[in-house]
Design a protein around this ligand. Structure first.
Ligand code: ADP
Ligand code: MG
Length: 265
């Protein structure tokens, strides 16, 4: 039996993580058994795979004690297994707690030992608190990718996330550029990757097909399988599968970061 590949995708809120994770899962589902775990309190990673929002682990735990696998695990497009950790109400409690609770529950329910070939964690990275670092701890995730655009705040968050990755001695597989359409965007992201000792694993163009599929609660891969956009997600899925190049990143300090960013303005 082949070893399960655990991939964690981090990035600033709103940068495009869930869109990428859902489309990657849809692409992998053609020939692999895939499990995705939404670890963002927004709990919308799996919506475009299942076609609706699914209840989160934290919600289910509020209602019942004896939680079974089919209470929290939902089948989506292509047989992708979908889980959402959930989070507390905004303004109440720790946003990352749901992730810790979810990982424990999934372990107890033996979800991890059922040999999915790929597990993808979709993790918020604005704040790198204990909860959001959970997928990196205890070797849950073997490899990490950071999603960013060429915008200041997205890169700033990406640099912070790489500090967390370094601290936990995790393996950074690369940077995914989800384009906003700003000038020199790919060059900026390539330089960012180089500065922290990594590489760009894929470039996803900005496309209206993303919104059009989102309205139908579908992935681009499902709704527009023959589109160029869909091909970009397939390409990224292949690059990630074949990747052998992992590093512990060397994040920039504040001055280095400012200098790096200013050079492109
Ligand atoms: P995150 O999970 O990082 O918070 P999402 O994946 O939910 O971000 O994306 C945020 C918004 O950006 C969504 O409404 C989505 O439709 C849009 N979006 C993401 N990627 C693209 C893209 N490549 N082209 C156009 N819109 C995109
Ligand atoms: Mg998301």
């Amino acid at each position: 039996m082949s070893k399960t590949k655990h991939i964690a995708i981090y990035g600033k809120g709103g940068i495009g993580k869930s869109t990428i994770v859902a489309n990657l899962a849809a692409a992998y589902s053609e020939n692999k058994n895939v499990l995705i775990i939404g670890c963002d309190p927004k709990a919308d990673t799996t919506r475009t795979l299942v076609g609706r929002r699914i209840p989160t682990i934290l919600d289910i735990l509020k209602e019942k004690r004896d939680v079974r696998q089919d209470d929290v695990l939902f089948q989506g497009y292509g047989g992708v297994k979908c889980v959402e950790s959930g989070g507390p109400e905004p303004g109440v409690g720790c946003a990352g707690r749901g992730v810790i609770v979810a990982m424990k529950l999934l372990e107890n329910l033996e979800v991890f030992s059922q040999n999915p070939e790929i597990i993808i964690y979709d993790v918020l990275g604005d704040v790198v608190c204990g909860g959001f670092a959970a997928p990196l701890r205890e070797n849950f995730a073997d490899e990490v990718y950071i999603v960013t655009s060429g915008e200041y705040m997205a890169l700033y968050a990406a640099n912070n996330i790489s500090k967390g990755i370094k601290k936990l001695k995790s393996n950074l597989g690369g940077i995914i550029c989800n384009c906003r359409g700003i000038p020199l965007e790919v060059e900026i992201v390539e330089e960012f990757a180089r500065r922290i000792g990594s590489q760009v694993s894929g470039v996803i163009p900005r496309s209206e097909l993303v919104q059009e599929s989102e309205i139908d609660a579908k992935t681009v891969v499902e709704k527009f399988p023959d589109s160029e956009q869909s091909q970009k997600y397939y390409q990224l899925s292949k690059t990630i599968s074949a990747n052998q190049d992992f590093v512990i990143p060397e994040p920039m300090n504040v001055e280095e970061f400012e200098e790096f960013f200013r050079a492109f303005q």
